[in-house]
Design a protein. Structure first.
Length: 182
C-alpha cells in the first residue's frame, strides 16, 4: 500500500474524466484504507454512525466524482464529503429524537448527537501524552501503524496497543462525561 495519497489523486482525476474502472478502484481504496472515517469521527462519536457516514461518503464520491476538479488534493475533497455525510447522519439522528424516544434514565448515554468536535478534542486532550501522540498520528495525520512505529521509535505492537487504548479512553470520556447537573 502506498505511503502517500498521490495515487488516489491520479485515480480521482481519471475517474472524474469518466473512467469507470478507475472510479471502482478509487472507491475500493477509500474503503480499504478507511479514508472516510477520519472526517466522520471528527463529528460523530458512535461507531455505527461513523460507519454509516463512511458508506454515505462512498456514495457521494460515486455520484459527485464528475465535479472533482483537482484544484485541491483529492483527500481534502474526500474529507469535506465525509464531514458533510457525518453532519447529515447527525441531522437525521437529531430529527429522529423526540420525547417519546427517550430511554429510561439508567440507560441514557451520550450519543453522537452531543459529541461535537470540541467534545472530541477535549477527550483527546485528557489522554496521557503517549496515547494522545499515537492517536493523533493515526487519526488526524492518517499515518500507518508502521509509520507511527518508526516515528515514535516503538515496536509495532506497542503502537497498536496505544492506539486501541487511546480510542477506548476517548470513548469512555465521551460516553461518561457528566451532564450539566453532574
Amino acid at each position: 500500500m502506498p505511503e502517500s495519497h498521490d495515487d488516489l489523486h491520479e485515480l480521482a482525476i481519471r475517474a472524474a474524466a469518466g473512467s469507470r474502472p478507475d472510479l471502482q478502484r478509487l472507491l475500493s481504496e477509500i474503503h480499504i484504507r478507511r479514508l472516510a472515517h477520519s472526517g466522520a469521527r471528527r463529528i460523530l462519536a458512535d461507531t455505527t454512525d461513523v460507519e454509516d457516514a463512511a458508506q454515505e461518503t462512498l456514495i457521494a464520491v460515486a455520484r459527485g466524482i464528475g465535479g472533482f476538479q483537482a484544484r485541491a488534493r483529492f483527500t481534502t475533497w474526500l474529507h469535506r464529503l465525509a464531514v458533510n455525510a457525518a453532519l447529515e447522519v447527525l441531522r437525521r439522528k437529531t430529527r429522529a429524537g423526540s420525547p417519546t424516544d427517550e430511554l429510561p434514565a439508567p440507560t441514557v448515554r451520550m450519543s453522537s448527537v452531543a459529541a461535537t468536535r470540541m467534545d472530541v478534542d477535549n477527550a483527546i486532550s485528557r489522554l496521557p501524552d503517549h496515547y494522545r501522540e499515537a492517536l493523533r498520528l493515526r487519526e488526524f495525520d492518517q499515518r500507518s501503524y508502521e509509520e507511527i512505529a518508526d516515528l515514535l521509535h516503538l515496536p509495532l505492537n506497542t503502537v497498536r496497543t496505544r492506539i486501541a487504548r487511546a480510542r477506548r479512553l476517548v470513548a469512555i470520556y465521551l460516553n461518561f462525561r457528566p451532564g450539566p447537573d453532574g
